[in-house]
Design a protein around this ligand. Structure first.
Ligand SMILES: NC(=O)c1ccc[n+]([C@@H]2O[C@H](COP(=O)([O-])OP(=O)(O)OC[C@H]3O[C@@H](n4cnc5c(N)ncnc54)[C@H](OP(=O)(O)O)[C@@H]3O)[C@@H](O)[C@H]2O)c1
Length: 276
């Protein structure tokens, strides 16, 4: 592909998420001259520039002129003030607007950006910072197939993407993969702590827990078996794993997970209402 065929990308906000996306894109060979970002902080712009010879600016308006895709990578609370002054430029150029801000719905984005602007909402998660993210994407009706492909290509730079076809489903994504890393951290924290109680030193308990989580995740991804089958295969009758699994089942682990994810789902809906 020649550089002319790459779309122009503008990142509003050069914080952690924007820099991860830019770093991922550059690693995949996206031409630096097609990427621009803006931020009020010189330190953030310097950190972004260190990733490659991209364009950086203190002015949001300057970088969205001629952009094909504008990524809103600012905190949700800042979004209205950031977006409203950009509305005339956005309505003129009609780039695809991608928001990664948690909880701000497309109706609000549309109201601030202008009705004619095509919008994709994205719910990423923190492993995106290591290019191991999982993002849910939702597109409004104005978004073309080409624009969906472009949004997918950009977000794929930091991990896998999954489209959802209704906006409320993004609250499920938030409850599952958005907040999900913390569930695994909690589980790992508990495993490490018990490993120590039962006699391992801290470092050994930590290393064994981390590698077990990584190994299990890789097996789940790479095996043809689903996770239930993988679990059955490592659970010998009357063995150690069966003793632990039986204990989890007796302690209603599945119901506990259901309650936890439902609580996150409902909180996501409430936060969206508060931010609207
Ligand atoms: N980090 C994650 O793993 C994660 C996961 C899911 C969703 N998200 C979403 O991703 C978005 C960005 O998160 P983040 O972690 O990257 O936050 P961040 O590191 O705080 O980055 C946001 C950046 O936007 C800048 N900014 C503030 N006002 C601005 C303006 N008027 N124009 C341009 N830039 C402006 C901030 O500058 P100052 O620091 O100078 O204010 C900061 O550098 C958030 O909406 C968050 O909900 C993040």
């Amino acid at each position: 592909m020649s550089d002319k065929e790459y779309n122009k990308l503008a990142f509003i906000g050069a914080g952690n998420m924007a820099r991860s996306l830019i770093g991922g894109l550059l690693k995949r060979g996206y031409p630096a001259e097609k990427i621009a970002c803006s931020d009020p902080s010189d330190a953030c712009l310097t950190a972004a520039k260190a990733l490659g010879p991209i364009t950086t600016s203190g002015s949001n308006v300057d970088i969205i002129t001629d952009a094909d895709l504008v990524i809103l990578a600012v905190k949700p609370q800042a979004l209205k003030d950031v977006l409203t002054p950009l509305s005339p430029s956005l309505q003129q150029g009609r780039p695809l607007l991608v928001s990664i801000a948690a909880g701000i719905n497309s109706a609000s984005l549309q109201a601030w950006a202008g009705n004619s602007v095509p919008i994709v909402r994205c719910m990423p998660n923190t492993p995106a910072l290591l290019q191991e993210g999982a993002s849910g994407l939702y597109a409004t009706n104005q978004v073309s197939l080409e624009q969906k492909a472009l949004a997918e290509a950009v977000l794929s730079a930091v991990g896998i993407v999954a489209w959802v076809d209704s906006e409320p489903t993004l609250d499920v994504v938030t409850a599952l993969s958005g907040s999900g890393p913390a569930y695994f951290f909690l589980f790992m924290e508990a495993m490490q702590s018990v490993g120590e109680q039962l006699g391992l030193d801290t470092q050994t308990a930590e290393r064994l827990t981390q590698q077990t989580a990584l190994g299990a995740a890789r097996m789940a991804i790479e095996s043809d078996d689903d996770v239930a089958e993988l679990r059955r295969k490592v659970t010998s009758p009357n063995g150690t794993t069966e003793a632990a699994i039986q204990s989890f089942e007796n302690s209603q682990l599945r119901e506990t997970v259901e309650l936890a994810l439902t609580a996150a789902f409902l909180r996501s809906q409430d936060l969206a209402k508060e931010l609207a």
